[in-house]
Design a binder for this molecule. Structure first.
Ligand code: DLL
Length: 427
């Protein structure tokens, strides 16, 4: 699969015509084979045949995570069970688990879109890819693996965790590409330094990082640390997994959405009404080609805006600031962990690690921010006071800063946990 897929650089009209044809098919498929969609479309008084234009999509009802939970495990399946080739599931730590099914065709499209993503990020046939996304029910590992193979790369299926072994593999095999969550890539970076290995001399050229929010400060940290080009890859299990959108290495200006397979909209998260491109709101996707589980107007809860295409025809999404469910409300101020991250990473005295702890002090909510020094700190109190001041000035909240011992903030092999909320714990 060398070079670009012609649709990546097709005209806007060509893309829209393909989207309209696929959207019609996807709506009809959902209506014909999934009782939930038949009932929901009927209740809204809309039929797939009434879609004349892409803008008619807004007349169809939204789908939420709760619909997936209510249909657990396979109530939204649109094909006979015998046609299912793969099942992935969310862990269910924040509620009932959800299961997503894929046909052989779905897995093939996923592999192609991941190959397209890795290519956009700089990957080429013949390169070696170290995959440190978790393999298993999480879609990161297998999604990256199939895509890299499809592109014609060789894969080291390292999965997450056992960091000393990851470092040994990278040192000895000299992969061209590292695929990991940005927080886990940092863990690998630290381990290399701890072992006395120069992370800039491993031969890594490209990093394809995603699955969790990360900031431009984190990109600078990873690029300088490993001497590679880092791009942002986005996806969610409900749509397929990684590879719904990916940044192009030549522009690094936000992930291009592979709109020939996922039709994006932005809605007002409160009213549910569609917003014009460029407005900030909740990202909603309709699958255009999925067979096993088409999802119509699925609310991702991710907050971003749609931007015009640059390196490709397809629209971009702005780097995700956070999910509506990650928003912290502290004494009436709304904030996202990524805003804190940006400020921590802007301070050269601090390591790029942080943990936000929320608790109650008397009757008031309070926040403690745990950070670590990069090297030995001369004046801990001054550094803490500076950070508290910058947070107050930028975000508008007072926080207590704890400059913890290096290495004491919990590291994860996958998605980092940035917030511990103890506000509802008994005193
Ligand atoms: O995280 C799929 C994935 C794997 C994407 C590997 C990229 C790389 P889920 O576990 O279902 O799937 O989680 C999806 O993770 O709705 C976002 O909130 C968040 N997320 C994923 N990619 C990004 C990103 C995978 N690049 C949820 N930036 C999504 C910010 C991201 N958040």
């Amino acid at each position: 699969m060398p070079g670009l897929d012609p649709i990546e650089t097709a005209s806007g009209d060509e893309l829209a015509a393909l989207q309209l044809a696929r959207l019609r098919r996807s709506l009809a498929h959902a209506y014909a084979h999934v009782p939930h969609y038949r009932a929901a479309f009927d209740a809204a008084g809309i039929h797939p045949d009434e879609l004349r234009d892409l803008s008619d999509l807004r007349r169809f009802p939204l789908t939420t995570k709760q619909h997936l939970r209510d249909a657990y495990p396979l109530g939204l399946l649109a094909v006979p069970r015998a046609q299912v080739q793969r099942l992935h599931a969310s862990s269910g730590t924040t509620g009932t688990a959800t299961v997503i099914a894929h046909t052989a065709h779905d897995v093939r499209i996923w592999s192609e879109l991941m190959a397209r993503s890795i290519h956009a990020a700089g990957g080429r046939p013949g390169m070696l890819v170290h995959v440190a996304y978790g393999y298993g029910l999480f879609t990161g590992g297998l999604g990256a693996h199939y895509g890299a193979e499809r592109l014609g790369c060789a894969v080291v299926p390292a999965s997450g965790g056992m960091t000393p072994r990851q470092v040994q593999l990278i040192r000895d095999l000299r992969p061209d590409i590292l695929m990991a969550t940005p927080s886990y890539a940092l863990v690998i970076l630290d381990e290399m330094r701890a072992q006395g290995i120069d992370p800039r001399a491993t031969g890594l050229r490209f990093g394809i990082f995603g699955a969790e929010p990360w900031t431009s400060g984190m990109r600078a940290e990873l690029e300088a640390g490993f001497a590679l080009d880092a791009t942002d890859i986005y996806g969610l299990s409900e749509m397929m997994g990684p590879g719904v959108a990916c940044e192009c290495v030549e522009s690094k200006d936000g992930p291009h959405i592979w709109e020939d397979h996922f039709y994006p909209e932005i809605i007002d998260p409160v009213s549910g009404l569609p917003l014009p491109d460029g407005s900030f709101g909740e990202l909603v996707f309709t699958t255009l080609s999925r067979e096993a589980m088409p999802l119509i107007r699925y609310r991702t809860r991710d907050l971003t805006r749609l931007l015009p295409g640059t390196a490709r025809t397809m629209r971009r999404m702005e780097r995700i600031t956070g999910r509506s469910d990650d928003m912290i409300v502290l004494r009436g101020v709304n904030l996202f962990p990524s805003q804190v991250e940006q400020l921590v990473l802007a301070d050269a005295r601090l390591a790029p690690q942080y943990l936000i702890e929320l608790h109650r002090r008397g009757r008031l909510d309070a926040m403690t921010l745990h950070v670590e020094p990069r090297d030995t700190l001369q004046d801990t109190a001054a550094c803490a006071a500076d950070l508290a001041h910058r947070i107050k000035a930028t975000i508008g909240i007072s926080v207590a800063i704890d400059i913890a011992d290096p290495g004491s903030i919990e590291r994860s092999g996958g998605k980092a946990r940035r917030v511990i909320d103890r506000r509802r714990e008994m005193p």
